[in-house]
Design a protein. Structure first.
Lengths: 87, 174
């Protein structure tokens, strides 16, 4: 497996783990195609808890303007990957 | 009927008061009941990311470091702010938000964004641009007035300092 695939798998694992801890649901219930708006039961406080945990885990910044573009779990993984590589 | 100046003046005061009041009520009804509006603004001035110095944060808030110290003491006790001395220069105190502090700060930003979103939603793209241009102009004008007072305060402070130094010199010279 290429390094980039390994990194993506690691980010995916972390994002889903943090999400499942915040929402108190099993990681198996979370797939990368799920939508933040329609599929995932986040209230606004939980959403920011999740975002801050991801920021702290990867030492990145996820401002609201950027989050507006994130529609699915996959989008979030893409953004985290992109920002981690820019560091 | 009100004349234009009265209408503008009353609307400005009312908007300012109602935004602050709505913010305060949303705090009381929400997850961060133990925060006052002033404390929330202190958290916003620190910001959710890098640690800041007490001096810079006090400057941004337009208060003295003494006043900020009292506010920070309370916010540290409530678990919203982390405070530590600079490792190299012990005179410098750095403050940053805890996880809960970041959460409160982001929720408050969200409150402002949602308010703005709802205000803008009632207009088409052209009117939105026009409204934003006008609001920008009002903002710049009010800011300009504030700077005038700031600089006159600075002038007064310098004058006071010069007077103090002169008196000291006179005393020293007998």
């Amino acid at each position: 497996m290429a390094d980039s695939d390994n990194l993506r798998a690691k980010v995916q694992e972390d994002v889903i783990r943090i999400m499942s801890e915040t929402l108190e649901i099993s990681p198996e219930e979370i797939t990368t195609d799920l939508s933040f708006n329609t599929d995932l039961p986040f209230d606004s406080l939980q959403l920011y808890e999740f975002v801050i945990d991801v920021e702290e885990t990867y030492n990145i910044r996820l401002p609201d303007e950027l989050l507006d573009e994130v529609k699915t779990v996959n989008d979030m993984i893409d953004v985290v990957l992109k920002l981690s590589e820019q560091k | 009927m009100l004349n234009e100046e009265e209408q503008m003046s009353e609307a400005l005061v009312r908007i300012f008061e109602n935004v602050v009041l709505t913010e305060e009520k949303s705090l009381q009804a929400g997850y961060f009941k133990d925060l006052s509006i002033a404390e929330m603004h202190t958290l916003t001035a620190i910001g959710p990311y890098d640690a800041r110095t007490m001096t810079n944060t006090a400057e941004d808030l337009g208060i003295t470091t003494g006043t900020l110290t009292v506010a920070i003491d309370r916010l540290v006790k409530k678990g919203y702010v982390h405070r530590e001395r600079d490792k190299r220069d012990k005179r410098i105190v750095r403050i940053s938000l805890t996880h809960t502090g970041k959460l409160a700060c982001r929720m408050n930003s969200k409150f402002h964004r949602v308010l703005a979103k709802h205000i803008l939603a009632g207009y088409d793209a052209n009117d939105r641009k026009h409204l934003l241009d006008l609001v920008d102009e009002v903002d710049r004008y009010v800011e300009q007035q504030l700077r005038r007072y700031d600089s006159s305060e600075n002038v007064r402070a310098t004058a006071r300092q010069v007077a103090k130094d002169t008196t000291k010199e006179k005393k020293q010279n007998g």
